[in-house]
Design a protein around this ligand. Structure first.
Ligand SMILES: [Zn+2]
Ligand SMILES: [Zn+2]
Length: 392
């Protein structure tokens, strides 16, 4: 660790562990939000609150006019029982910070502390956006509606963990050129048949049988309609229907997610799911109601901003610690994409994958954890990016 950051590292680690103990999900995170507010007050940083959710925008204004740069941390956790046995385990039973958002908030507070040390020579303004509801893909869109990125010249976000590949060495950054993560959308198919006794199927219409055909047919969108090199994912993750082994029910509910790396494929998947589902239901005498809950578009970095971030990190840690290449984009999604649709910026990745410490587990698993040694790097990287943009 670079000596000058040892104080920040200790601060971030303490904050991260406290946030890890109070995971909350969704858009309303009262304990998390008041914790962040208290820390901002202690640092004497003014902030505004969202009127509809737990979003917070802190503002650090330099002494001179200039550009506005935003940094964003997501705040929400997951509904998951923590398996880790560390002494800072979740105190909220059934909830867990299993995606590293506790670390994101702590690192952003670390950035805030670093920024405060040079704000008298800062030309411009930094906004620190604490955003709830990332996992549900709602938070970023609401933060935009709240005006948090109005008149912002550039925005940066970061994800810690194993997201871009657990083989990427711990402490290494990726500032990808172009697309680095997929879109994520949610489809719901309500398949309707007609209930009857299982012994006389000819008297009803079997939605379970229709659903089975549908689930298989949906997979042919990828294998028969899109080229072999077009990245996409269609996953059915939930099927609900029936209540008795010898009764044909009225209805089956199918839910799934789609992923794509561009808008055209994203819309195509949704359209074809709707057509195939409705036509399949009709073929067998049933009906299907399709609902597409649009999530977030693919995460596409602005090349100039990705390069600026990579340069800042290289100056901080050395060229070998940051790469602008990735083997393939990650098919997970991030609602940070919504900001990038409005403001040029970049979404960075910081690996905390360390097999020796068992922090190479996948995100959203009950044993997920991070190698805390890298926390200072995230805060220092944001600070360096801000300096590059706002210091003369
Ligand atoms: Zn997540
Ligand atoms: Zn996440």
């Amino acid at each position: 660790m670079i000596q000058q950051y040892s104080g920040i590292q200790a601060y971030i680690l303490r904050i991260r562990r406290r946030l890890h103990q109070i995971p909350e999900i969704g858009l309303n995170l009262p304990k998390t939000a008041s914790f962040i507010q208290r820390e901002l007050e202690a640092l004497q940083i003014p902030y505004v609150l969202s009127e509809r959710d737990s979003g917070i925008m802190a503002v650090i204004k330099g002494d001179y006019p200039g550009k506005t740069v935003a940094f964003r941390a997501d705040m929400d956790a997951l509904q998951l029982e923590e398996e880790n046995t560390v002494d800072y385990c979740s105190l909220h039973k059934g909830y867990m910070h299993a995606c590293g958002h506790d670390a994101h908030m702590a690192m952003l507070l670390g950035t805030a502390r670093l920024l405060m040390t040079w704000r008298h020579s800062m030309h411009g303004t930094v906004r620190l956006i604490f955003q709830p509801g990332e996992e549900t893909a709602r938070g970023a869109a609401l933060a935009i509606q709240d005006g948090f990125v109005d008149r912002v010249d550039a925005i940066f976000g970061l994800h810690i963990g194993t997201l871009f590949g657990k083989e990427i060495p711990c402490g290494q950054f990726v500032a990808a050129r172009g697309c680095c993560m997929a879109s994520y959308d949610h489809f719901i198919l309500k398949v309707k048949g007609k209930s009857c006794h299982g012994s006389n199927p000819e008297k009803g219409i079997d939605p379970i049988q229709i659903a089975a055909h549908m689930i298989l047919a949906l997979q042919t969108i990828q294998t028969r309609e899109l080229s072999g090199t077009t990245a996409s994912v269609i996953t059915v993750g939930k099927v609900t229907g029936g209540f008795e082994y010898n009764v044909i029910p009225d209805e089956v509910l199918i839910e799934g997610t789609t992923r794509a790396l561009n808008e055209e494929v994203r819309v195509y998947l949704a359209e074809r799911i709707r057509q195939i589902a409705e036509a399949t239901a009709q073929t067998f005498g049933g009906t299907c109601e399709t609902k597409i809950l649009w999530g977030a578009p693919p995460v596409v970095n602005d090349l100039r901003m990705a390069r600026l971030a990579a340069d800042a990190i290289a100056e901080l840690l050395g060229e070998e610690k940051v790469s602008m290449e990735m083997e393939a984009p990650c098919m997970a999604g991030e609602d940070f994409a919504n900001y990038l649709g409005r403001v040029p910026g970049a979404f960075l990745y910081l690996s905390s994958s360390n097999p020796r410490k068992g922090t190479d587990r996948p995100h959203h698993s009950s044993g997920f954890n991070i190698d805390e040694e890298v926390l200072w790097e995230g805060a220092a990287a944001f600070d360096r990016i801000a300096r590059k943009m706002l210091q003369r």
